[in-house]
Design a protein around this ligand. Structure first.
Ligand code: KG4
Ligand code: ZN
Length: 329
């Protein structure tokens, strides 16, 4: 079976082709127009998708060395995400699907992120704990089976990716903030400043990052670089405060639920400080990450999960529409 995946939930225009569980092409176009605004402008993102979709999908088809007529189905992100951007992908997918006479399968973006881990390791066994850390979500899930997800805890305010993005804005590092902070922190001392870690009670699985962001804002008001404290130290300490919380909550979730495996999903899973920290606490066998290229938004995870849904006969007809607040369970 050959499935085209289309992803337009935010500011990446992405398409990929999955053939019998293998990704045979993946194209991601990150919209650079938002950089000057320090965050995603929804209306501009929709317009960019309209411009880019045709080219990105064509490129994915050419790179896969197939023709449109070879496709058996199209999978497209239904939500969560920005309504306008979701609609651009869904309308494109439906038009193409109708034209080719093939099914169009709606995909939950969050479930797609979790399934990016199966692309890296198809033999990955359930159940596991999933730390889902993206620009809009910070959640811990007990993934018992495909479609059987229990929410263990989530953020009360900012998501982890948002903490990176807002922190980067305060530090003047640009957007997206995660990769910018990770790069700028290299060589800094992560223990130089003890930024606050919230909700660290024994079995607490909730998150809160807004206090950390405010604390950075106040710190930067008075900051002057000295011989003993550099801007790199501040950035590394800020990053470490986010990572420490994520690691602590993963360990707690695994303990409370007696699950010995954890997968990480979403854009923040690309962070090497998080990867190395979790690996050093849990060891290589108990922690899984997607390939770096499938951490941030991509079409591969959508096409891969689309194929699974078709095999399990778990999908709706063309009557579906966008669901900006779509939940996982
Ligand atoms: O999953 P994603 O691409 O989009 C959403 O579904 O939200 O995640 C984007 C988020 C952004 O907040 C970005 O700053 C963060 O992931 N991110 C990172 C890194 N790469 C992307 N955060 C920390 N370290 C990174 N290397
Ligand atoms: Zn995402």
């Amino acid at each position: 079976m050959i499935v085209l995946g289309i992803e337009t939930s935010c500011d990446e225009t992405a398409a990929a082709v999955c053939k019998s569980g293998k990704i045979i092409s993946s194209v991601v176009s990150q919209q650079i127009i938002h950089r000057q605004y320090g965050g995603v402008v929804p209306e501009l993102a929709s317009r960019e998708h309209e411009i880019l979709l045709n080219r990105v999908i064509n490129e994915a088809i050419i790179k896969a060395n197939i023709r449109l007529e070879n496709l058996n189905a199209i999978a497209v992100t239904q939500g969560p995400g920005l309504n306008g951007t979701l609609l651009t992908g869904i309308c494109f997918a439906k038009g193409l699907g109708l034209g080719l006479g093939i099914p169009v399968v709606p995909i939950n973006h969050l479930e797609g992120h979790i399934f990016a881990n199966f692309i890296a390791d198809p033999s990955l066994e359930l159940p596991f704990i999933c730390l889902l850390v993206s620009g809009g979500h910070t959640q811990l899930w007990h993934v018992k089976a495909i479609g059987e997800y229990k929410l263990l805890g989530e953020t009360r305010d900012d998501a982890a990716g948002e903490a990176f993005d807002k922190g980067a804005r305060i530090l003047g590092l640009g957007y997206p903030g995660g990769p910018a902070i990770e790069k700028a922190a290299i060589g800094g001392n992560p223990n130089a400043i003890k930024f606050p870690r919230s909700l660290m009670g024994k079995n607490n699985l909730e998150f809160s990052f807004s206090g950390l962001k405010t604390s950075l804002l106040y710190f930067m008001d008075d900051f002057k670089e000295t011989k003993t404290l550099s801007i790199k130290d501040i950035i590394a300490s800020y990053q470490q405060a986010i990572i420490d919380v994520l690691i602590k909550k993963v360990i707690t979730a695994m303990k409370i639920n007696s699950v010995d495996k954890c997968v990480v999903a979403g854009g923040v899973a690309a962070n090497h400080c998080l990867r190395n920290g979790l690996r050093s606490v849990l060891g290589d066998n108990k922690i899984m990450f997607p390939d770096l290229s499938y951490c941030t938004d991509n079409g591969a995870m959508i096409s891969y999960l689309g194929e699974k849904k078709i095999q399990l006969k778990k999908y709706e007809s063309l009557s579906f529409s966008s669901q900006p607040n779509l939940k996982l369970s």
